[in-house]
Design a protein around this ligand. Sequence first.
Ligand SMILES: [Fe+2]
Ligand SMILES: [Fe+2]
Length: 241
Amino acid sequence: MATITEIADEVFRISTFIPERNLQINQFLVRDEEPLLWHTGQKFLFEGVREAVAKVLTPTSIRWIGFSHFEIDECGSLNDWFALSPNAQGFCSFVGARVNMNEYASRAVKGMKDDEVFATGKHHYRFRATPNLPHCWDAGLLFDDTSRTLFCSDLFHHMGDAEPITKSDIVGRARAHLEDMEKSPMSDYIPYTSKTENLLGGLADLHPGTLAVMHGSSYSGDCAKSLRDLGTVIREVVGAK
Ligand SMILES: [Fe+2]
Ligand SMILES: [Fe+2]
């Protein structure tokens, strides 16, 4: 069953814990004139996510559905949401729309340029293209300039049924998980490239107040430092191989 918690002003975290994988899969909902859903989760999560959304607003009123990159935990139930919500507009990076969505999606998906901005009423957003961060060529991230929330996708991934939001360090948790991944058949989860730390620095320069994390706790505190520190962690754990 999915739980829903407000983690920033009008920003809600929807979380489903998968015990057999010790993994949370989180989506984020922003309540506004035009409601926005960031990530859909897999198809098997669709009913639970829809029920969680219904606790805050009418699911058929979802107007924007965005995601970071083409993986099923990010966008697996996109077409189910399109079937449910007649006015929903999907969006992802330009690359994602061009390479994957033209065929995968049942409805045209908007390809966002780097630093493209848009508004949904009170909330103003910036889409940042982040190729190969956290992973995949088509990756991008979303910043809600109004609540100062950065939707991080797989960045800061950590395991367990973590609290909805914490002020404690999540960089240490992310390092522990990345180290475990590197020792597993799932290694190279987050690649270290010549652009990784610059991209993270660019996200830090947005000065987020909340990091909305897809797997694990969201964080409120010195987010700019956490983003730069995460760059160091990725370099030390992955880049040094
Ligand atoms: Fe991913
Ligand atoms: Fe993910």
